[in-house]
Each structure stands twice: as structure tokens, then as C-alpha cells.
Design a binder for this molecule. Structure first.
Ligand SMILES: Cc1ncc(COP(=O)(O)O)c(C=O)c1O
Length: 402
């Protein structure tokens, strides 16, 4: 069978990244890896989930836990999320919350909801590569979102029209972004809201790391700032995408979207068509675990990851040669390195895996235009302090010699 002749055009943009191929080598036991942007499995609240699943599967609840359920999501979980959102400045009702199978599913649905081929998605440079992957299927063009100093709205809109479509949304991760670890300050968020108003487009606020702040003052979510302007969530253009992946478990695939009713209603229809609903048992267990331990558990994560962040920043300062710059994240899982001009992160990774046995993610894949090859992402979430010290020593030595 010649598959090529039956493939939809959009499938041409779904490519396995060369980085993923390289990262397959990471299973080898002597590699020190800073590549995976994943939570430390040693910190999963496994006992709490075991108890919750046990309860959910015992007695009358078992029928519901193993049954089909509504596309909007398990009501008590949506109620818990609504309460949680109020604590971060976004009071909302359970029916303004949709449960998704991880926030990745929300990104896919939002791409599907808004993008026609040749439409423009505004994304940060760099952006979470999984978001670019999700949107790519809908054949957009990308333009650069620079919340610290955007081009005028008219210039952005004209470029989108010249490319044969319209600007459809701005996507960003405002807290401890993947991959840079950086946080957009309040004035940047306000400026972004102004830009979105001028372009009359939604903002997709990807808040996957929101609960993982280690120091500094919390900045209100973009949706909270917009809510303060408008007083009614249903009048807001910001679509908030949250996730339990980084704080409870990514394997259970439970995330959520909070947005104005017209968006939630359309996403519910999309979910009905795509997968009916997220796994019922996982939602029930997540609700029980979140209700019982969310605050204590996230406080512990902040303590452990915060110490790893400190260790990485200190080791970078000790071992990186002149000419290397890096971000100082206040939370999340990542530090972003800029290498001297002319060096390439992918070449460095190939060399590093060979001679230093240290892994990281080269930066180019996070740029919608494949630029900025002299960057790389380090994750500190799964490394202990001794590994961080040794890894940065080896990496600094390699960069210094390159
Ligand atoms: C910024 C960002 N958004 C979304 C996701 C997707 O996470 P999940 O689908 O597990 O919620 C990730 C995962 O790495 C991420 O880094």
C-alpha cells in the first residue's frame, strides 16, 4: 500500500523529531539526564492514589468509577478545581470547568477549534514544543509573540492576512515557561491583554507549572487580570489550561480548562466527538487525592524542586565558561542556556552523549521557525544535587572545549 497517496495534507507536518530519536539513548544507565521535563517519580503520592482507587472500586461507587461518564468531567472534581481557581484569583463555577485528558488534549482541541489552514497562531519564541506539535496538525502559520515588546497589532494582523488567514489566538505559558523557566510579569500580562483586545483574539494561558513557585511573589494569572478588568468570566477572552500532571501524576492524564461558557460548550462537543470523556476512575481518584493532600503535597514539591533549582543555578555559576548565559527561574522545572554564538545545541548533545554522557534538550525545536540553534534546555526536576554538580561540571568542560 502506498500510504503517501491517501494521507491528508496536515499529516505532513507531523514529524518525529530528531531530538526524540537522540533521547531514546537516555535509557542507558550511565547517562546523567537533564532532558526529560517530567516530575520525579519518587515524589508521586502513590499511597494516596492507591487508597483513593481502592475506595473508588469498593462498594457502590465501583459501578460509577468503571462506567461511561459525562464529557464535561466528574462534577466533584470540577467543583474542587473551581475552589482551587478561586485561590489564584479566578473564582468560577464548576460548569465553567472542563476536564481534559491532560492539558495536551486541551491544546489539541483549541488548535482544532480555532485554526483553519494558513491562519496565524501567535506563540512565544521559544514555546513549548508539544504545543507547536498539537497546533501543527491544523496547518497554521506562526508569528512571534513577544509580550515584553510586541509589534503593533495592525502589523501582526496585516502579516496574517498577507499569508492567507487571520490571527486566531496567542498561546503562552506565563509562569515558569517550558522551556525557558521564565515568568511574565504583571505589566507584560496587561500588555498582552491589550494586544489581544486590539486583535480581538483569545489568549491561551498554559498554566501547567503554575503551582510550582519556589520564590518571588506570585503574579496573578492572565485570566485573573482580565477578570479584574471585566468582572465576568463569560466576558473574558483568556482560556486557562491547567494540569495535575506536574503536581500529582502525569500518567493519569487529568487536566482542565477554565473559560467563558461559549468556549467550554464547544470544547465539550469536541470532547464528545473525540474521546467521550476522560477516564472516570482517574478523575474520581484525582478528586479525592487533591482534596486530601494538594496543599501539603505541592508544598513538599516546592521544597524539593526548589532545592534542585538552587543546586543547578549554583553549579552553573561554578562550571559554565565565559560567554554562556542562563535564566534564573522562580519555579517550574527548567533552566534555559544560551551558548556562545555559532555553537549548536544539537551538535553539542551528540558530542555530550558520546564523551560526557550528559543529556539535555537542544533548543531549536522550541522555536516555530527552527532558529536559535545555540540554545538548550536543562531540567532539574529528576536530578539529585550530586548529579547536578557532576553533570554541570561535565557540560561546562565540554562547552569550554568546543
Ligand atoms: C507547558 C506545558 N504544557 C502542557 C504540557 C502537557 O502536559 P499534560 O498533558 O501532561 O498536562 C506540558 C508537558 O510537559 C508542558 O510543559
Amino acid at each position: 500500500m502506498d500510504w503517501q497517496q491517501v494521507l491528508a495534507t496536515r499529516s505532513g507536518r507531523m514529524k518525529a523529531s530528531e531530538i526524540r530519536e537522540l533521547l531514546k539513548l537516555l535509557d542507558q544507565p550511565d547517562i546523567i539526564s537533564f532532558a526529560g521535563g517530567i516530575p520525579d517519580p519518587a515524589l508521586f503520592p502513590a499511597a494516596a492514589f492507591r487508597d483513593a482507587m481502592d475506595r473508588a472500586l469498593t462498594g457502590p461507587m465501583a459501578g460509577a468509577a468503571l462506567q461511561y461518564s459525562v464529557s464535561e468531567g466528574y462534577k466533584p472534581l470540577r467543583e474542587w478545581i473551581a475552589g482551587h481557581m478561586a485561590t489564584i484569583g479566578i473564582p468560577c463555577a464548576a460548569d465553567q470547568v472542563l476536564i481534559t485528558s491532560g492539558s495536551q488534549q486541551a491544546l489539541d482541541y483549541l488548535g482544532k477549534l480555532f485554526l483553519d489552514p494558513a491562519d496565524t497562531a501567535l506563540v512565544t519564541w521559544p514555546a513549548y514544543m508539544g504545543a507547536l506539535g498539537a497546533f501543527n496538525a491544523y496547518e497554521p502559520r506562526y508569528d512571534r509573540l513577544d509580550p515584553k515588546g510586541n509589534r503593533p497589532a495592525e502589523a501582526i494582523a496585516e502579516a496574517a492576512e498577507a499569508a492567507g488567514g487571520r490571527v486566531k489566538f496567542a498561546y503562552l505559558s506565563a509562569d515558569f515557561a517550558n522551556p525557558t523557566g521564565e515568568t511574565l510579569g504583571r505589566s507584560g500580562r496587561e500588555a498582552l491583554l491589550d494586544l489581544a483586545e486590539a486583535l480581538d483574539i483569545p489568549i491561551i494561558e498554559d498554566a501547567a507549572y503554575q503551582a510550582l513557585r519556589y520564590d518571588g511573589a506570585a503574579v496573578p494569572p492572565i485570566l485573573a487580570l482580565e477578570l479584574a478588568r471585566k468582572g465576568d468570566l463569560n466576558a473574558c477572552r483568556t482560556i486557562y489550561s491547567g494540569s495535575f500532571s506536574k503536581v500529582l501524576s502525569p500518567g493519569l492524564r487529568v487536566g482542565w480548562v477554565v473559560a467563558a461558557a461559549p468556549v467550554i460548550q464547544r470544547l465539550v462537543l469536541m470532547k464528545q466527538a473525540a474521546d467521550l470523556h476522560s477516564p472516570t476512575l482517574n478523575q474520581i481518584a484525582t478528586e479525592q487525592v487533591a482534596r486530601a493532600i494538594f496543599d501539603d503535597h505541592t508544598a513538599n514539591l516546592r521544597r524539593v524542586y526548589g532545592a534542585r533549582r538552587d543546586a543547578m543555578l549554583a553549579a552553573l555559576a561554578r562550571h559554565m565558561p565565559e560567554g554562556v548565559r542562563w535564566t534564573k527561574p522562580e519555579g517550574g522545572m527548567f533552566v534555559w542556556l544560551t551558548l556562545p554564538e555559532g555553537m549548536d545545541g544539537a551538535d553539542l548533545l551528540a558530542q555530550s552523549l558520546k564523551s560526557e554522557r550528559v543529556a539535555f534538550v537542544p533548543g531549536r525545536a522550541f522555536f516555530a521557525d527552527g532558529s536559535n540553534g545555540n540554545t538548550l534546555r536543562l531540567s532539574f526536576s529528576c536530578a539529585d544535587e550530586a548529579m547536578i554538580e557532576e553533570g554541570m561540571k561535565r557540560l561546562g568542560r565540554l562547552i569550554g572545549a568546543s
